[in-house]
Design a protein around this ligand. Structure first.
Ligand SMILES: [Mn+2]
Length: 433
């Protein structure tokens, strides 16, 4: 046992009447909603990078947090793992996620990185035999080290592509060994800073080829998890090739990967792309590529990817409404890609941030479930399209311009506009709590 979370009890559900800061008010993991427990619906996951590797830096200054595991040796990496698994236990979260660079010391070359990763993965494997917390997904950090400054798969230098591909192999192996449910590719530097030095067509081809290799390797080793791409439009790059769900779908179709790869959708990235979270989730569901979510929120004034913990129940409700309509998570889950503000220095801040986020998500999911069960919203939506279910609607879709032209003349078709009833629907949605 470390003494980092000294005095903080295991967090249990006490309900909305409780006055205790260290309890759940909405998240009762055993509560059954739509035939499934909240634990199974929400599939919460702690993000290793934000909770244990983030030092508190922002564009104006560096480290504010002072954690006993900060440093670059194996002893500290193991202390970090000990503390992480203690937090998983305090929160009773079913999952966690990591990048290679979050968990192992940085080596001087590829073989040192690999040796360090293998040693810490061995340590994780041992810890996981004593823990209820499983791996939601693993990934490779192909963006922080200076070698990736011009991209990983999309780098103009083939040797960087090779280093990246070899690193992904080690991270897929690690994810497979730990029984991960998914493997994520987030192309933090797969884009460009200026078109003046960029061959966009070639870089896109490289990204497609890398993804094909990842999918081939997944099948080769018998990894049953899902391969996920995480869309993000830009920042710090000017442009990323995996801009949003629609762009990623076009990319997957282009490289014949639409049946192999799904998306991991982040609230903050959806906002950066000029969409709402529910837009991205609904589109992924309609396209059949919904995989998992990175739950967080962006600050709506500062306008950049602030990765804050979610705290807005009505927003989260609309997101889980789309998740439930997709049939819920299969391999995916709710990963808190959320970090403390740099002034939140105390160990208890790490716990309280997750308690609040888990409660907000639970309240949102319960409201979404009521909305879906009640069916009023879906009924009103279906009514709006009812014409398409008639013989007339079907005939129009199966017709051609000439025949439709004759029909409009013959039947003197002269449509009357019908209200979209937006305010009525907004009032309705706000009734569910
Ligand atoms: Mn983000």
């Amino acid at each position: 046992m470390t003494d980092f979370f000294n005095g903080i009890p295991k967090i249990i559900y006490e309900g909305q009447e409780s006055d205790n800061d260290f309890c759940f008010r909405h998240y009762n993991p055993d509560e059954i909603v739509l035939g499934k427990s909240l634990r199974e619906h929400l599939k919460f996951s702690v993000a290793y990078w934000h909770s244990f590797a983030f030092e508190g830096g922002d564009p104006f200054g560096g480290q504010t947090f002072d954690r006993p595991w900060f440093g670059n040796d194996m002893k500290q990496a193991k202390l970090k793992a000990d503390t992480a698994f203690e937090m998983f236990n305090i929160l009773d979260v079913p999952f966690f996620c990591f990048h290679d660079a979050d968990v192992r010391p940085e080596g001087n070359n590829f073989s040192e990185n690999t040796k360090n990763l293998e040693e810490i993965i061995e340590y994780f494997a041992e810890k996981m035999t004593q823990s209820k917390t499983k791996l939601l997904w693993g990934t490779a950090n192909l963006f922080s080290n200076r070698r990736y400054m011009s991209g990983a798969a999309t780098n103009p230098d083939p040797d960087v592509f090779a280093f990246s591909a070899a690193t992904i192999k080690t991270c897929l192996d690690a994810t497979h060994k730990l029984g991960g449910k998914n493997y994520v590719l987030w192309g933090g530097r797969e884009g460009y800073e200026t078109l003046l030095n960029t061959d966009m067509g070639r870089e896109r081809e490289q990204a497609g080829r890398m993804l094909q290799m990842v999918v081939d390797y997944k099948h080769k080793i018998g990894f049953n998890g899902t391969i996920l791409i995480e869309p993000k439009p830009q920042e710090p790059t000017k442009h990323q090739y995996d801009y949003d769900v629609a762009t990623v779908y076009g990319f997957l179709k282009d490289f014949n990967l639409e049946d192999e790869v799904k998306v991991n959708i982040e609230q903050g990235h959806a906002i950066l792309a000029g969409h709402s979270f529910e837009h991205e989730l609904a589109l992924a569901r309609e396209l059949g590529i919904f995989g998992s979510i990175d739950m967080n929120r962006n600050d709506y004034q500062s306008g950049w990817d602030t990765d804050q913990f979610p705290n807005n129940i009505p927003e989260v409700t609309l997101a889980y409404y789309e998740v439930l309509k997709a049939g819920g998570f299969q391999n995916g889950g709710t990963n808190f890609d959320s970090k403390l503000r740099r002034q939140s220095l105390d160990p208890e801040d790490l716990i309280l941030s997750h308690i609040g986020a888990m409660d907000v998500c639970a309240a949102g999911l319960k409201a979404a479930a009521k909305m879906l069960e009640d069916g009023k919203l879906e009924t009103l939506r279906n009514e709006r399209y009812a014409g398409w279910n008639t013989q007339n609607g079907k005939e129009i879709l199966n017709s051609d311009l000439d025949a439709i032209y004759s029909k409009v003349l013959r039947e003197n078709i002269n449509p009357e506009p019908i209200s979209g009833r937006q305010e009525r629907l907004e009032n309705l949605v706000n009734r569910y709590k």
